[in-house]
Write a protein that binds this ligand. Structure first.
Ligand SMILES: *[C@@H]1O[C@H](CO)[C@@H](O)[C@H](O)[C@H]1NC(C)=O
Length: 331
């Protein structure tokens, strides 16, 4: 008896991958559909969602303060970037395209960008530091909308070059994570719809990805990087348990992408590196963890989430999704 017990404990503790990550649900106190998230450190989390709602927790998700931005009650904030307890930037869909900034913890919001062009739809933002950020919007007349800021979102300038995409190729606004801005000013973003490609400022033309594509609901949703490793998730959100072409990882730099041996278990809207090898991805049909840099994925819950983010400073990992669902990953 004792010997059996001992061997079971031994095998659970020492087999790689046997360490069980789990989701701890948090009480949010809102019904908003959350797609934007910015985890500043172990304690400070900002989220954004439907109904003009922004949420903030300063105690690692135990309690939340909810703000509805006046005039934005019928709008959705698909992405948020926060810098500290006082300062955050949100993007609002659809027309007019608006970017708002608060410097007083969400009490007041200033419109820092507005564009009334027909067809404007801001999808995602990414900042490399407290000053420099980029925002991507859906193509208008097949030209991608891009703008950058050098002053923490106070001013935005349209990107100087025209990047063309295919008819019906666009960007998902499912988790605010389909663009990566780099310290040298270059960027990479991933598309969906009629084509699923990676569009890099350093490359002459977009690179096709071995992801499911061709329908309005298919393609790449999210890109994440860790040193020289990159991973992209997506799939078909209209068929969210399908695992066909829902993930690719870099085999040899940004040019060559391969499908994992065991893909995530359905459509996934967001991916994040926790360490160089441990990764997490989430979507409406569940959450998966990889322990080997994205080659094999294990389903840890069928509970749906739209977005997962690791603290910019620290190890905390939070998830959020529909119906105001918020959780923390125990890892
Ligand atoms: C980009 O496209 C717009 C709209 O077609 C055009 O007005 C503008 O001159 C173009 N800019 C460049 C740098 O080609």
């Amino acid at each position: 008896m004792n010997r059996i017990f001992f061997s079971v404990v031994f095998s659970l503790s020492f087999v790689p991958g046997a360490i069980a990550q789990k989701i701890e649900s948090l009480t949010a106190g809102t019904k908003t559909s959350i797609r934007g998230m910015s985890v500043v450190n172990e304690k400070l989390v900002w989220v954004s969602g439907s109904g003009g709602t922004v949420g903030k927790s300063t105690d690692a998700g135990k309690t939340w303060k909810w703000i509805i931005v006046p005039g934005y009650e019928k709008r959705e904030f698909r992405d948020i970037e926060a810098f500290d307890e006082k300062t955050a930037v949100v993007i609002a869909i659809a027309e007019p395209a608006n970017i708002l900034k608060t410097t007083d913890g969400g009490v007041t919001w200033k419109t820092v960008f507005a564009d009334t062009t027909k067809g404007m739809f801001l999808d995602a933002m990414h900042f490399v530091d407290k000053k420099r950020g980029i925002v991507v919007g859906d193509p208008i007349n097949d030209i991608v909308f891009l703008a950058t800021t050098n002053d923490g979102g106070d001013h935005w300038e349209k990107y100087s070059k025209n990047i063309s995409v295919a008819k019906g190729e666009a960007f998902f606004a499912s988790s605010g994570t389909n663009i990566l801005y780099h310290k040298d000013g270059s960027f990479d973003m991933v598309s969906g719809g009629t084509a699923a490609r990676i569009i890099s400022s350093t490359k002459a033309s977009p690179i096709p990805l071995p992801l499911i594509q061709g329908k309005e609901s298919t393609g790449a949703n999210s890109i994440a990087g860790y040193k020289t490793h990159f991973a992209i998730v997506g799939g078909d959100f209209a068929n969210d348990k399908d695992t066909t072409g829902n993930c690719v990882i870099t085999a040899n730099g940004m040019d060559t992408w391969v499908r994992p041996a065991t893909p995530p278990h359905g459509y996934r809207s967001c991916i994040e590196y926790i360490t160089e090898k441990r990764m997490i991805t989430c979507g409406t049909s569940g959450v998966d963890i990889s322990e080997d840099g994205g080659n094999n994925w294990k389903l840890i819950t069928t509970e749906g989430f739209h977005v997962v983010q690791k603290a910019k400073k620290g190890n905390a990992v939070f998830l959020a999704g529909g119906g105001g669902r918020i959780a923390r990953l125990i890892w």
